[in-house]
Design a protein around this ligand. Structure first.
Ligand code: HEM
Length: 424
């Protein structure tokens, strides 16, 4: 039975339960239910199973990794139904229509990005000009952590602000607005608090509008100015469309990079297990190129600890096909299990071994094909600049608590650390 049909059964169960009043006590449930809508929205933009099939030999290998995985939604819903808690989840969803709208809006934006990939890739080619500017930001962020002194929360001092500041640089947000911009973008992700999230989005929106106004008068070396220039030849690039694209880039690029920096430090600053790898990187900063690819490929030690909640990229089959022994019908939702593909023993030698010197590393952390990450070059550059100098500047940097004691976010980002105490 296709997952889509299962979803519609769930909807019926929830419609029934909606008549009962109740309060939400589990924000993750609200996100998962909203996520279902997101998945349905994706049906219009992702028709990629057939494209995946056609995408060449390498991908054919990865197709064996396609699984009809059960989504977190299914697990959560089954648990909720089992515990008689559907009414609570439904109530939350009904209360949080604003949250749904935000998610749908965000999807609209990313869809638009796909359509405008042509224009944006022109800007991507100029990303190299960003190197010295990103290097300066990395330096400032590390200066800040050093000045505040050991111990520190690496997540708050580095992982969270760095990608946000880089996005500000990429987009052309003025220095004066950056601290607020970061705060608003953090607020916007708190979808378990719809009012906070909405206020964050509105502030971001106003700031983007003001930035666009400024860039009309005084363009700079940034993506918003590039899009404004492209807009003179393309009526689809209105100021409004540019603001949508800019916020789409921000949301696509911020959290994902934060997660990879967090993961990198957990993998590298974990006392004994990573001592050799850390030392290799400290002695030879140019290893950062390989080290970053390995961090991208490898699963977070927190995810490993907490069992398999790794999910995947949603795709809808546009033809009937068979993959990995599973029959997939046209229209079925398929989760493309990136992490499984990144640990495929047919592709990677010793896939469960974290090795910063790994030479061949054709991982799929940035996806593949039509929806390949638009910000991969910026993300790689930022990560290489960070991990290239981190252990040179902080040779004794270590986690201050055992991995098991790290507190994870309780909301939709479950499995992501709330803080990463370090000493040096
Ligand atoms: C290490 C950090 C990052 C990782 C691991 C990552 C990963 C991904 C993945 C897996 C996808 C594909 C989603 C899918 O196929 O459904 C994607 C898409 C995308 N990423 Fe990234 N990303 C990162 C950083 C960034 C940055 C910094 C930006 C912006 C500058 C960005 C912008 C985008 C956009 C716009 C898309 C949508 C492309 C499309 O659908 O055509 N990402 N990313």
């Amino acid at each position: 039975m296709g997952l889509i049909r299962r979803f519609s059964d769930l909807r019926k169960a929830r419609a029934q339960a909606a008549r009962t009043a109740g309060r939400l006590d589990d924000p993750a449930a609200a996100f998962d239910l909203a996520h279902e809508r997101q998945l349905r929205a994706l049906q219009q933009v992702r028709a990629s199973a057939a494209q995946l099939v056609a995408a060449g030999k390498r991908l054919e290998g990865q197709l064996q990794q396609l699984r009809l995985r059960r989504t977190r939604l299914e697990d959560q819903a089954r648990r909720s139904i089992g515990e008689g808690r559907e009414d609570q989840a439904v109530e939350a969803l009904t209360d949080a229509q604003a949250m749904d709208r935000q998610i749908e809006e965000m999807h609209g934006r990313v869809h638009q990005l796909g359509e405008l990939r042509g224009q944006l890739e022109v800007t991507a080619r100029r990303m190299e000009s960003l190197r010295p500017r990103i290097e300066r930001i990395v330096g400032h962020v590390l200066d800040g952590m050093e000045a505040a002194g050991s111990p520190a929360d690496f997540h708050a001092a580095v992982s969270f602000p760095l990608p946000g500041l880089v996005m500000c640089e990429v987009l052309g947000i003025s220095e004066a607005d950056r601290a607020d911009f970061l705060r608003w973008s953090e607020d916007a992700t708190h979808m378990e608090h719809p009012a906070r999230s909405r206020a964050g989005l509105q502030s971001l929106w106003r700031c983007l509008g003001a930035t666009i106004e400024r860039k009309h008068a005084a363009p700079g070396e940034d993506v918003i100015s590039d899009m404004l220039a492209a807009g003179t030849a393309d009526p689809a690039m209105s100021d409004d469309a540019i603001a949508h694209l800019a916020s789409g880039l921000l949301f696509a690029g911020h959290g994902s990079t934060v997660a990879v920096i967090d993961r990198g430090i957990l993998l590298l600053a974990n006392h004994l297990p990573s001592a050799k790898q850390r030392e290799a990187l400290r002695r030879n900063p140019s290893l950062a190129i390989q080290a970053v690819e390995e961090i991208l490929r490898f699963a977070s030690p927190l995810e490993r600890q907490r069992g398999n909640r790794r999910g995947g990229l949603p795709r809808y089959a546009s033809v009937d096909l068979e993959a990995g022994g599973a029959r997939i019908q046209s229209g079925d939702l398929v989760m493309f299990a990136l992490q499984d593909a990144n640990e495929d023993a047919d592709v990677f030698r010793h896939p469960a071994h974290f090795d910063v010197t790994r030479q061949e590393n054709p991982h799929l952390a940035f996806s593949h094909g039509l929806h390949f990450c638009l910000g991969a070059s910026v993300a790689r550059m930022e990560l290489q600049l960070l991990f290239g100098q981190l252990f040179g500047r902080f040779p004794t940097l270590r986690l201050d608590v055992p991995l098991e004691q790290l507190r994870a976010r309780a909301d939709r980002s479950a499995g992501r650390p709330l803080e990463i105490p370090v000493v040096w």
